[in-house]
Ligand binder design. Structure first.
Ligand code: ADP
Ligand code: MG
Length: 495
């Protein structure tokens, strides 16, 4: 029990307390209150609900220190920003129970306290730090920071995805020098310290490979900086942008552009060729017809008959070329059916093997007996094989070995046909042009340069692919892949 003078001082102390002090009953009613009551006289609030008086709410506040005291019987506190003053002032409510002699909570005292300025700064700092951490963690690029000894001190989720380490693994065990292959970390540091890429201590858009945990290399666009304290290097930080998707897209785009160019070239040349072919067709038929008539109807001196025979031959050769041109521009009607590719090749070989050009050529065939049929136009198929096989025989100058293999490729659902010769192969400067119309390396009269462009068109027409390359020790290899038949809905005509 205090003596009266003590009590007096205590009451004065309560009066002098510069903030709000409230005694609250179990049903949240104000039993007594001191100070700062929004211009309401202290006595006028007694008996009213505390959340109504101080916060203008109909229910108790969500994070109420008083409520916690009722629940835990322990002192409690809660943060609160002073909304009324509008200032960036942080205060706290400290509440403690008033216990009766038999341990029952009679009431709760709630004190409003200003937080000391230092704590406010700390809180702001903490908040700023949390924001920074959040920014780094959620960054799209991999972020890695390391101290001067190479110890990783920041490693975000995107870095974990690119490098294949878990964040905790990297923080505990990873040495930042080991993320580059071939000691590239030295080069990166050298570039960082030089002026070459965005100034001293900075590295902008530097292309480098990094090592994934599994040993594979990943192309990266790296932005990095050295962190200085004064003039001393204390750490380095890198932003790793995974370039795989970008590079893949670039490659696909380049491929598409090449294909587009090829297609455009084919289309414009096709139109030109079709026009010329139509114009030549009629007069050529006339030349052939009348030469034949002269040969049949007149008794010619033998020299003249021989010469006319040559005219006829050459005119017929011209007609062949015109036919190829028309075929190339697809001016003829095509009939698509399921066809056995092995049979188509055999038929072409049967036609060719008795020709003098093939007399000294050994023909090897390795046919896949289970090759599914291909939805195709048989005339075009014959034409395609004929052109490639003729080229091979010409390249070998009539002497060597021709190997033809067929196989089913289940992965791509394709029939694969390989045609291999033992000729000199295709020179590297010729290879990129062989499918272009009118491209030929043969002497005049020997080649039209239309064969392979026709082949290309036919393969495209059948939804397939063709490539040519050289096999060391052997000659040229042509590989054609044609999608196998899946249609059962009958035949289809292509105009
Ligand atoms: N098997 C091969 N070996 C070497 N070169 C080839 C082969 N096939 C084609 N070529 C090259 O491709 C060119 C184009 O072939 P192609 O379009 O059939 O026209 P052409 O046979 O009328 O010259 C040929 O001139 C030749 O240089
Ligand atoms: Mg040819």
């Amino acid at each position: 029990m205090q003596v009266d003078s003590d009590k007096n001082y205590l009451l004065k102390a309560i009066d002098a307390f510069p903030h709000r002090m409230v005694v609250i009953s179990p049903d949240y009613r104000v039993l007594a209150a001191r100070g700062h009551l929004n211009a309401t006289p202290d006595a006028a609030v007694a008996g009213r609900l505390c959340h109504d008086v101080f916060f203008h709410r109909s229910d108790p506040c969500a994070e109420c220190a008083v409520k916690t005291v009722w629940e835990t019987r322990q002192p409690a506190w809660s943060h609160r920003r002073d909304e009324i003053s509008g200032a960036d002032k942080v205060s706290c409510l400290y509440a403690y129970p008033m216990l009766s002699s038999d341990g029952v909570i009679e009431a709760v005292v709630s004190l409003e306290l200003d937080l000391p300025p230092r704590t406010r700064v700390e809180e702001q700092l903490q908040r700023a730090n949390a924001l920074l951490r959040n920014l780094i963690t959620s960054a799209v690029d991999g972020v890695i920071a390391a101290d001067r000894n190479g110890k990783v001190i920041i490693f975000n989720d995107a870095a974990a995805e690119i490098f294949g380490y878990t964040v905790s693994d990297a923080l505990e065990h990873l040495d930042v020098r080991n993320i580059y292959p071939d000691r590239m970390e030295r080069e990166v540091m050298r570039q960082l310290r030089s002026d070459a890429h965005g100034g001293r201590g900075k590295l902008r858009s530097y292309q480098v490979d990094i090592l994934h945990r599994d040993g594979s290399r990943i192309p990266i666009n790296l932005n990095a900086a050295i962190v200085y304290e004064g003039s001393t290097e204390v750490a380095s930080i890198g932003f790793f942008h995974d370039m795989r998707d970008t590079l893949r897209m670039k490659k696909e785009l380049e491929k598409a552009q090449v294909q587009l160019l090829q297609a455009e070239k084919m289309a414009s040349l096709g139109k030109l060729a079709a026009g010329v072919a139509h114009q030549l067709n009629n007069p050529l038929s006339g030349v052939v017809l009348f030469t034949k008539l002269v040969l049949e109807d007149y008794e010619l001196p033998s020299g003249a008959a021989e010469d006319l025979g040559r005219v006829l031959n050459d005119a017929e050769r011209c007609r062949e070329t015109v036919k190829e041109l028309l075929e190339f521009t697809r001016q003829t009607r095509h009939l698509m059916r399921a066809h056995d590719v092995n049979q188509a090749i055999s038929r072409t070989l049967f036609l060719l093997k008795n020709q003098s050009l093939f007399q000294d050529i050994t023909i090897e065939t390795e046919f896949d007996p289970g090759l599914p049929s291909v939805h195709s136009d048989i005339q075009q198929m014959n034409h395609m094989f004929m052109n490639i096989i003729l080229n091979a025989a010409q390249a070998m100058s009539g002497r060597g070995q021709l190997t033809i293999r067929t196989a089913y490729v289940p992965d791509s659902g394709c029939a694969r046909i390989e045609i291999i010769d033992t000729g000199p192969g295709i020179p590297p400067d010729v290879l990129p042009h062989i499918f272009e119309p009118f491209f030929t390396t043969k002497d005049e009269g020997q080649g039209t340069g239309l064969g392979l462009s026709l082949v290309y068109g036919i393969v495209e027409n059948h939804g397939g692919r063709i490539k040519a390359f050289n096999q060391p020790g052997q000659g040229a290899v042509f590989v054609i892949e044609l999608p196998i038949t899946s249609r059962t809905d009958g035949d289809r005509s292509l105009e």
